[in-house]
Design a protein around this ligand. Sequence first.
Ligand code: GLU
Length: 307
Amino acid sequence: MSIQVDMESLLLEVLTETSSSASEGKVASYIPELSKADPSLAGVAVMTPDGLFQAGDSSHPFTLQSISKIITLMAALEQRGVEEVFARVGSEPTGDPFNSIVKLETAEHKPLNPMINAGAIAVCSLIPGSSVEERFSIILEMLEAILGRTVQIDQAVYTSEKETGHRNRALAYFLKDTGVLEGDVEEVLDLYFQQCSILVDCTDLARIGMFLAAKGITWSGQRLVSASIVRLVTTFMVTCGMYNASGEFAIQVGIPAKSGVSGGILGAVPGRFGIGTFGPALDPKGNSIVGVKMLRELSHRLDLSIF
Ligand code: GLU
């Protein structure tokens, strides 16, 4: 049997075995537009040096949400350098929910890491440019170079989040007050809401995962970011990428991954694969129920854990 048939039948098998668990989860509703997602959707894609393999709703579009944090972090590190970025954001896991405000006052003013909302908003403020458009184009340029295609934002999700993102607004104004956030707060928030609203599908996530697995080299062979930046970003994915379930995910699955509240999970198996999963029904910590199950199965069957 060819690799293609093997991988595609494995993906279909894993998807079929896990997709019914979607009924145990709930679609995110704190961003009103996301609550319209169909909780029964489930898709998976894997990108290997041999090509792209997929099953289920792998071409169904969804918004990048928190997965965008890894793209912006790479762009900020490229543009501003390691020292400037880590002057504004720390590198420790929090154990708190992704949108928590509590540690900003009780621990240190610097957000604990770039994967929680406070940290990602601080990182956004470091993307240079004289307008939101100019700054957003830096993030888009990096993402589009990785994907080899242009991307769009979901206007409805963007507007919905901009209108209701009070918690993120609170985080950003707190960061401005403590001198962590650079520049105009509403402009930085606008940039953050736009990056979260970028439309992708599982195959895109698999492609980004493969880019990270290849240490910063695109499918067409272009070195886009340094291997040391990829090492930093994938380390954050291990320690903080799956919200406050990152420890358990490391034990159960053992691959660098980043999830988003619209139900996507991006996985990168160093030197081997990129994986993208999608399933909008989430567990209480905000990770896709079906996505985590599929990744656990794939990790066991293909021996993917890095530990
Ligand atoms: N746009 C979402 C928010 O800021 C992203 C959260 C996530 O995907 O974890 O609340």
